[in-house]
Design a protein. Sequence first.
Lengths: 391, 355, 566
Amino acid sequence: MLEALEGSQAIARAVALCRPDVVAAYPITPQTHIVEALSRLVAQGDMKTEFVSVESEFSAASVVLGAAAAGTRAYTATASQGVLLMAEVLFNIAGLRVPLVMTVANRAVSAPLSIWNDHSDSMAVRDSGWIQLHCADNQEAVDTTIQAFRITQETELPVMVCMDGFVLTHTFEPIDLPTQDAIDGWLPPLEFSRKLDPGDPKSLGTLVSPDFFAEVRHSHHAAMTKALSVIGEVDEAWSALTGRSCGGLLEVSGDPAARIGILAMGSTCGTIQTGMEHAAGEVGSARLIKLRAFRPFPADALRAACEGLDHLIVIDRAISPGLGGVVGTEVAATLADVPGAPRIHNHALGLGGRDIPETIYADLMATVTDPDSPAFSVFDADMEKLDPEDR
Amino acid sequence: MSTEGQDAARLAELRQKFGREPLPPREGEAEQSPRDAQPRFRGLESGHRACQGCGEALAARLVMECAGPDVMIANATGCLEVFTTAWPQSAWRVPWVHSLFENAAAVASGMEAAMKAKGRNTKVLAFGGDGGTYDIGFQALSGMLERYHNVLYVCFDNEAYMNTGIQRSSSTPHAATTTTSPAGKERMGKRHLKKDLLSIIAAHHIPFAASASVAYAADLQRKVRYAMGVDGPTFLVVHSPCPLGWRHASAMTIEVARRAVECGLFPLVEIERGAVTNVMPIRDVRPVTDYLSLQGRFAHLMKDADSRAAEERAHLQALADYNIEVFGLRGDSPDAADTTGTAVVGRSGRPAGRI
Amino acid sequence: MTVLTRGAYAGPGTSLDFKTGNWRSTEKPAHIHAKAPCHAACPAGEDQQAWFAKLQEGHAEDAWRELVSANPLPAITGRVCPHPCETACNRVAVEGALAIHNVERWLGDEAMRRNWAYPVTEPAEDAPDVAIVGAGPGGVSAAYHCLRHGLRATLYETAPEAGGLLRSAIPRTRLPRETIDAELARVLGLPGITLHTRARLGRDVTIDELKRKHAAVLLAPGCQEGKEWSVDGAVPADLHEGLHLLKEFMDHGAVPEAKNVIVHGGGNTAMDLCRIMKRSGAETVTLITASVLPGPDADPSDVINVVPRELEEALEEGVEVIEHATINRLIMKGSQVCGAEIQSLRKLPGQDGRSRRVGFEGTERVINVDMVIPCIGERVDPEGLNGLVDHGYLRPSDRFGRLAEERVLALGDARGDRGTVADAIGDGRLAVSAVAAQLAGESDPPADARGEMPSGGLNLGYYEGISRAVAPKLAVADRTFDKEIEGDIGRAAVMAEAERCMACGNCLACDNCWTFCPDNAVIKTEELAVDGSHYLFDMDFCKGCGICAHECPTGFIQMLPEEAGG
């Protein structure tokens, strides 16, 4: 049954369906509505969970780490500065291989201060060892959140569900929330084999010498690689339950015969889709690639998705100053050894909440034919607004 | 027939009737070694890699003995964590997790929330050094106390960052030298005072906050047992000498800790709901120099030729006097359990003077 | 091959695979069973510390049994011994020595009240029989120790009853007759001991005869003859030699009248006579002694050799003492003494390094007296001793008391260098141990070579100040010739006193080592370990920090060089 829900409310309801034992969170825009909604559910008795109102994101992450290590299902949510304050704990959670789900309401990172959306925050913890799944719309965010609890149980890798701040979190959409019974049947109870248990006391978080540290990191990488298939399988299982798929690792749409592709993550995918629907007649149609799993990075799926393309426009919602786009660079690296690989056009777009209009589709398509088009640009930056020295 | 004979005969008769042969070891089960037969819980086992005479290893062992097996521990980064869990070995016999330096209280909060969610009574403990408690982990600790988690937080206070090689912390005493507060022409060791953490903790209005010392094991264990029984946040700071960092002989760990209490520089107090409810009075107050002179970190204060040394000694004496006055530490109670006499020993572990 | 665990978790207690024992560099802890100073000082060979340990456990009878393993007469020694154990007691460094003699006395009395059985059994009918000449404390001790070694004992006593000098030379105010009678009767009544009274050596029995009939002959005749005493040739017609005067008093209950009395000497007989004369009505009684009264500056080897509390009581009663002095000459009026010239002296090292007493010219002074009692010691009556007496005494060649004649040993006062009941009791024990070993074809029992634990070896911080028990005492005005002056401290005080024992050099089972080992390397055992403690060091894990040794209250744990054995 469809309900008109704000993205944050929908996420809170989805989390509640997964019956987490412990939720800990610290308020930060634009994640606030999620924790407020969860608090209300707890206050009204609609959700039986230990809600821990911590004094910082650092403690939020630490509390859910402790709860997960103790063998319970735990959840947290944050954004922007919160992700960075958590950074040390996020690496630690992944290294301990405890099951956790966290929503990141993606937002730019200060300074300068910006409360608006881009992907700088989750990109900053790209190498923390978490699974990172990006959601294109609120239904996908709901579905991915529930899937994340199953993925993390199966892989013992923590899962970060990334959704664009404001664009998704504060937007009302018609949402189909599964029933509690359906989720209870679909999401098995958490059985964490290494949980802290006085009956079988293990020591977690040991000191590992150089003799074994390489093996630790290798095993983590191997686990992430194996998670690729788990993410796909869980999405298929979800599809079997609800009839909806989130696209697995990535989803290809648009014109399959097109020679130009556009790759994006998150809500930008919808903007591009709409732009193409309006402008295809004038500038031609493109193959659209929605990258859902950023970590683990689906290299094989990406190579297959890019087959036959001459040009691939990669949209980044963050920037690695001095390099360019992170996604663009990784895509280029992935396709580098593919014969006849498309030329990569990497553009950072919509940083710090800059609106991405539908017309962006036509503008992006135009760069493909422009021989002077740079390999990377902050596409929507207006040079006129800068002192010449700073251009 | 003497009464003793009658008793023996009766006893033999009862044994015959009701007595049982001790069970043989179960199949495949080795006979119990003397180590396994210890009449105390060995929560922290031998084979850990603490330095010789480590006060912290001792303090943690004493805490574990009376905390018992039905606990789980969140341990901050530090010596205790490093020397107990060099993979693949662990000296712990209870579920234990080390996450980071500054989050032991928060991790413990999560573990406690998990136990609550599961309806279990397993008590959660958090362990940290003074660096992880007074300094970097202070915020998480304050949050834990404010949220009223049922956690016993134990701070093993060795008054500097020992794990990284003896750097000053906010717990380092005034005038002590560390590698980041050395003595020289311009400085006499640490310029600032030891942070009065216990008062800050007590200001959270928690049910129980106390200081203890490895030199007074019975007192320390009594405080742990009391805290274990409280349903709410409790805090214990345990003075734990570090032979390497304080530069004293490894055999002197207890002596040094004892003198810290006896001179008044480390008062043993109990605070409930913000109010001091108990102190350990000192029978014979020692001068602070009795304490300082055992330790290399105060060696620069023992140079008679240096007038600054005399001034700093006087300053530390004044700080000790202040503690004695503020907490009313001067006492001569005949009750051994109520004074520094608590360390008095007797045959078979029983304190002397009582039968 | 060790295989990585997911997230690098570790199993419980797996650190036991990591043996930290090899971190020890120079020293390791060891249990060193040193002698407690009380034990080392006891002439009777008692281990006071051991029986105080039983009292600390609350077992009075066990304590008494431990006590009588060395000394069968605690009710007697508890009253008369000058208790060098108390002088040696390390507790002096805390707040005063233990009241050992009061506790010993209580145990002895309690054993009689409750009729506790001596821990001996009757020797076999055909067990070797040892002859013992003299049934004083030394002879009785020897007889008792015969039973402990499975030997029979036959005592030959000149007097009509056993007791020796206990009866003849110790006033009832110190040692009531009832105590002597009761305690001696209990020992002498033990099966295996035969007592022949009125059997005088040389007249009724001879050493040769005894040697024929018995496995060995122990001579404990005591000293019956006063030493010749003269001062510059002057000897008063009515000279009262100390020991004889005392015997006279013990037999008849009276002494000759005198107004101003000088007692010359420095032992318990002198002290007893001072007090008897004073109580009999003498106006002044002055003890002239070459020794010095105990005090902070007194050289311990020069201190007057009397029971300290006797001296204290004598001074209370008005006896005067001139220390570091001697009598140069007597001033006679006819054959009666009317004055004595006193001279100060000191014990000083001579050219040969040996100390001697040197009188100082110009310190002579005269005091008026009408009676002088020399108490300068006695010597052995040589009758029947086959010429074994050498310069007044039986002088054995070893600590067991062996004399020139085969199977004949000497013990007690007759050895000349003894002087206390406890010495005689210890001699009896030692002599019998040698006889028993010889009969069994074994070599002599080895001497206890253990070191003594000084107070510096203790950690005094672990002992609480508890004041010493104070025994009730008759007020000076109430003191008579018959009533015992010092009273019983009672069970409660005895148990409290026991708590004061610091168990020097012995395991107190206090758990300190077990409690304070940071490495869990001290293992507590239910069974008593071979070294007498309940603790083992797990050398697999001991890092050698030394905390256990420093925190051992009694000095029982010491750090030894790593390469040492044990």
